[in-house]
Design a protein around this ligand. Sequence first.
Ligand code: 4AD
Ligand code: MG
Length: 459
Amino acid sequence: MRTRIKEILEQGAGSVPCSFSGWVRSVRASKGICFIVLNDGSTLDGIQVVAESVLLNFDDICRIGTGTALTVSGVLVESPASGQKWELAAQTVEVIGLADETYPLQKKRHTFEYLRTIAHLRPRTNTFGAVFRLRSRLAQAIHRFFADDGFLYVHTPIITSSDCEGAGELFRVTTLDAAEPPMLDNQPDFGQDFFGQKTGLTVSGQLEGELYALAFGDIYTFGPTFRAENSNTARHASEFWMIEPEMAFANLADDADLAEKFIKYLCRFALEECAEDMAFFDKHIENGLIERISKVAEADFARMEYSEAIERLQNSGVTFAYPVEWGLDLQTEHERYITERIIGGPTFILNYPKDIKAFYMRQNDDGRTVAAMDLLVPKVGEIIGGSQREERLDRLESRMAELGIAGEPLWWYLDSRRWGSCPHAGFGLGFERLVMYLSGMENIRDVIPFPRTPRHCEF
Ligand code: 4AD
Ligand code: MG
């Protein structure tokens, strides 16, 4: 049985031999000694293996290339050289899988753009090792946060017949013949499709999540979501993961409170439980990251009305690329200006104009805004989008009618307002945006293993 390098390093030196396996990061041979740094992904640091010429296969070992898979055994000893605390005095070195000089990760530094083209190999680099360890731990922390708080985990469907956000960004799911679909009234006849109706990949689990909140009180979803949105930015992916809590008997203020508690918890978790990888990001990706995240973990998040945000942007004296006017949506440049320059920390923007938000948001008494909230954070802009939901059947139906959204396909959603409806609220946190925020990585393509973006779906 192999022992993971992380565990070996935690235990430290001992007289009992240990055995571990991993991939070669570097090989250096000199005067009858060969130094091999081996990494197994369990931790940022590899172990330096010291092989001496008494080993039977010593000559072969000296010639192995970067990327080779090895199993070594020996005794961990204090390293006399600087650069590492421990090293392994090898008793055996077994070559498991060779890698020759065509292995692309020979150089120490590659650009992230290049590494994206070899997304199947980039997890073997320090940066992507750290990113994907952080991502994995955060996913587990998210489940822990909600489990500790008594939230029910719901698996909402991935194939759906409803476009929750109403933005028409659904990827179609169909088994109809693409070249010659059956036609009805000059349109493909989705009545003959696999599900007997038009279906797509979900853009959000919210609508189904609401139904469960109205039975279990507090629920969350955590799953993949898909958007056929043609935006080629560093913050948008066509497939991304979203965490969506939903609380019954809760209003917009409760929603913001939960979001603030959640983000702070995740900041503290990253600092405490992923310290080694966070130190790496602080040193190599974003100087000052740890200080930034530590401050957020302690800060009170600002709360600002949308109307005030517009005024403050207008009075800023800054010329933005996109217009700033009551009724228009905030663009990333505006969001970042608010959170980075006006506030200098995480900021909730509350109560947006109803015309730029989805149909399900609760209408405020002013007749022109809805109980929406976005959480903006420095560097990323919008990280969370949420709202209190319209729980009044008549108001919901009239808003849907105004927007031309047919009630019939959403009969089950309307039913939830018919029997035992209650105020409820929730939000969606984009998981990749969270990983970007906590690691300092600037492109969403570099925090998801195999990114899907317009015109790109390799692997
Ligand atoms: O603001 P959005 O569209 O809200 C919803 O989907 C609601 N149904 C959530 C809810 O209330 N339950 O998306 C929520 C978050 C955004 O704030 C952003 O972090 C992320 O999801 N997001 C994306 N992340 C990556 N790529 C994209 N194309 C994204 N679109 C949204
Ligand atoms: Mg949004």
